[in-house]
Design a protein around this ligand. Structure first.
Ligand code: ATP
Ligand code: NAG
Ligand code: NAG
Ligand code: NAG
Ligand code: NAG
Ligand code: NAG
Ligand code: NAG
Ligand code: MG
Length: 666
């Protein structure tokens, strides 16, 4: 009776035991919330589309995923391991199509830890120390994509059965036997999903590993097959899952679906429900989005570049045009043309620079005409309109002794005046600094007459009175026939226009400035005559209007005083240029010297007009027979007038006129 009872209890307990051993689970994709039963380790993640992504594209990393509940493989610690089977679908995607690292392993392990397991060839299972140690109690099926000779790998595309070691007890090249018994190679890194089956028979200890492409029937003949009792390997309760690792090649390892069963077959996977691989729609969309965005970005960048280029060009060649200028449109030149004509205003093409700006030589691109471009900075726009009107109208008139003005151009703070280029430069270069080519007297008198007729033209022969304001030797340019041509008319007014009555802002050139001009601040035809007189003396004497006598004390000698002194001494011819050896008419040179003094008297009333000057020069009218006392008698000649001219008033800065001369004038 007792025996009977015991047997019943025993059978019941057996029944209970065996039912507790019976377990299976299925993952047709790892959609939430199923993944709650899965423990992720390392770099493993689950993608939104339900892929178990064991590794991402970071190098030298491991990733693992385990079914969270331990599985009972033995009824008691000393019994044999029960039958179990598993199937899963995996895919490997490597950045380099022909190379990948390092593979996936289905693993049965006693604990989550896999202590000190390393990446790369160790697949996150072992490390160099514990690989091959029987106390590991690990059973694994490796899908190995790298050939590691230290583990006796035969190739880089194989499946192997591993017990406590990465050196497989049995392995085979990836592939399968189809229905007609033909072997077909498979490439594990082909980026195609493939299905793997692992079956262990608890009675026969038969271990079978099979692989086939997705949607292929399970091949009847397994790929790797061996007999090994796992009872000494596996403990009573074990974890099942996957482990993977990356080496130096960026590779993603995926598991698409997985089922497992102990003491029974693993449920078959519903392949239609598996997540798509590759993650078709969103990813392709992503790629298109990426491509589209890049193209758009590129386009925008190009556009920005283009716009900036155009804007910069615009700014570079920007000009100003106001309403009042429309009538001068004919005379306006494009800044762009001037820019190219002068090679971008290069230093190389600079001919000279004066008080108003720099002068560049250029060649007009279309007509090949040689030009001189004067860039005048023009912050105060006062008198600009009148100035432009004047120069344009004079330019239109074209007097043979004026430097032809071809046109002008206006920019933000700049006025560009375009003249004919005068091949022989300015007169001052022939007179001073021991010139290489000295002009003979006939050339000089021709130049003087030319300048005089130009000034006369400006003063009297033109529809309105034009005052030059800056008659001097550097503004007399010589054309190819050494004709004197007057340039730069009117500029002085533009730049030094007095606005307030108490600050007489005088512009002109020191040494050519008439005392009345300094005193009143007003330029008149008489002040032009004064400057012309100084120019006459300069040409005849070859001396500057003001010469520094003594470089130490800085004492200056005014040309007018200097010549006058010769006259007083009764030897006016002693003042003539020593470079004039012969070849001159004594009477003519004397006439020029006296006329120079006559013009540069301090009293404007006593100066002749340009009409008279022209008559004297041409010899139509004889110069009255003058003596020094005539000029002196007619009161305070000369170079040293009451204000402005003397050295003392300059240095003490006493008079307001001198102050404004120093600050505002030139
Ligand atoms: N049309 C031109 N053809 C050839 N050279 C010229 C021309 N215009 C000017 N130059 C040269 O450029 C130099 C500078 O001229 P710029 O008029 O700027 O100065 P400046 O005559 O010395 O003084 P200012 O500013 O009072 O006129 C002149 O000395 C002359 O040699
Ligand atoms: C298992 O076997 C060992 C010796 O191999 C023995 O000492 C132990 O008592 C056994 N345990 C059970 C539960 O049978
Ligand atoms: C195997 O591992 C155990 C425990 O970690 C250790 O004590 C033993 O020495 C190892 N055996 C070998 C051969 O390394
Ligand atoms: C690897 O193979 C060689 C020869 O094929 C053999 O001598 C060696 O023992 C093997 N190593 C392991 C760890 O099985
Ligand atoms: C089996 O594979 C071979 C070669 O790969 C092929 O020629 C044959 O058609 C296949 N048989 C079947 C039934 O698919
Ligand atoms: C399979 O792969 C092996 C090794 O790469 C090669 O030798 C064999 O020819 C391949 N077989 C087929 C059918 O491609
Ligand atoms: C899986 O287990 C359940 C009970 O938990 C059972 O009904 C089912 O038949 C099992 N499936 C397979 C394929 O063994
Ligand atoms: Mg000049």
């Amino acid at each position: 009776m007792l025996v009977k009872l015991l047997t019943i209890v025993f059978f019941f307990s057996l029944l209970l035991k065996s039912s507790s051993q019976f377990l299976n689970f299925t993952y047709n994709g790892f959609h939430r919330p199923l993944t709650a039963d899965i423990t992720l380790q390392g770099i493993t993640t689950v993608t939104p589309s339900g892929l178990l992504k064991l590794t991402d594209t970071t190098i030298q990393k491991t990733g693992r995923a385990f079914y969270t509940q331990p599985i009972r493989f033995k009824d008691s610690p000393n019994e044999t391991v029960s039958s179990f089977s598993t199937t899963f679908v995996f895919a490997i995607r490597s950045q380099i199509p022909i190379l990948s690292g390092h593979g996936i392993a289905f693993v049965v392990t006693p604990n989550f830890g896999l202590p000190f397991a390393t990446a790369s060839q160790y697949l996150g299972l072992f490390n160099i120390r514990n690989n091959g140690n029987d106390t590991n109690n690990v059973f694994a099926v490796e899908l190995d994509t790298i050939r590691n000779t230290e583990f006796n790998d035969t190739d880089d595309n194989h499946l192997g059965i591993d017990i406590n070691s990465l050196t497989s007890i049995k392995s085979a090249l990836a592939g399968y036997w189809n229905e007609s018994g033909q072997f077909t190679n498979l490439s594990l890194i082909s980026r195609k999903p493939m299905q793997v089956w692992v079956d262990y028979d608890g009675h026969t200890h038969q271990i079978d590993v099979t692989i086939a492409p997705l949607n292929h029937e399970k091949p009847t003949k397994p790929l790797v097959s061996t007999v090994r009792d796992l009872s000494r390997v596996l403990l009573q309760d074990m974890l099942v899952g996957f482990s993977s690792s990356t080496g130096s090649v960026l590779s993603e390892h995926f598991v698409l679906g997985w089922s497992f069963g102990v003491n029974g077959k693993a449920p078959s996977l519903d392949l239609r429900r598996l997540p798509k691989f590759p993650e078709s729609e969103p990813r392709r969309f992503g790629i298109w989005l990426f491509i589209g965005a890049s193209i758009l970005l590129l386009f925008i960048a190009m556009l920005i570049f283009l716009v900036r280029f155009i804007l910069r060009r615009r700014r570079k060649f920007a000009e100003e045009l106001e309403d009042w200028e429309t009538e001068f449109r004919k005379n306006r030149l494009k800044f762009k043309d001037l820019y190219y004509a002068t090679n971008g205003f290069k230093e190389k093409d600079l001919i000279g620079s004066g008080g108003f700006g720099r002068v560049y030589k250029g060649v007009m691109p279309k007509t090949k005409k040689e030009i001189a471009v004067k860039r005048v900075s023009n912050e105060s726009r006062q008198g600009l309109k009148e100035f432009v009107a004047e120069i344009v109208s004079i330019g239109r008139m074209s007097h043979r002794n004026l430097v032809p003005l071809l046109g002008y151009c206006r920019r933000r703070e700049e006025l560009l005046l375009v003249y004919d280029h005068m091949p022989n430069g300015s007169l001052d270069k022939y007179l001073h600094n021991s010139p290489e080519v000295a002009l003979d007297w006939n050339q000089r008198i021709k130049i003087i007459k030319g300048v005089a007729s130009a000034l006369f033209f400006l003063h009297e022969d033109w529809e309105q009175v034009v005052i030059h304001r800056d008659v001097k030797s550097s503004n007399v340019l010589l054309d190819s026939e050494h004709n004197g041509r007057l340039g730069d008319f009117g500029l002085a007014r533009l730049c030094g226009h007095g606005t307030e009555p108490d600050t007489t802002n005088v512009a002109g050139t020191w040494g050519y400035l008439a005392p009345d001009h300094l005193r009143t601040g007003r330029a008149t035809t008489a002040t032009d005559v004064f400057a012309f007189g100084v120019l006459l003396l300069e040409v005849a004497c070859g001396r500057r209007p003001i010469e520094v006598q003594d470089s130490v004390s800085g004492e200056r000698v005014f040309l007018v005083d200097w010549v006058f002194q010769f006259w007083i001494d009764g030897n006016i011819l002693g003042a003539k240029d020593p470079n004039l050896w012969y070849d001159y008419e004594v009477g003519e040179i004397e006439m020029v010297l006296k006329l120079g003094l006559l013009c540069s008297q301090s009293d404007p009333e006593n100066r002749p007009t340009m009409r008279q000057v022209l008559h004297y020069l041409r010899g139509d009218v004889m110069l009255p027979n003058l003596s020094p006392s005539d000029l002196r008698g007619s009161d305070r000649l000369l170079g040293i007038p009451e204000v402005g001219f003397s050295e003392s008033s300059l240095s003490t800065g006493g008079s307001s006129v001198t102050n404004s001369l120093l600050s505002g004038g030139r």
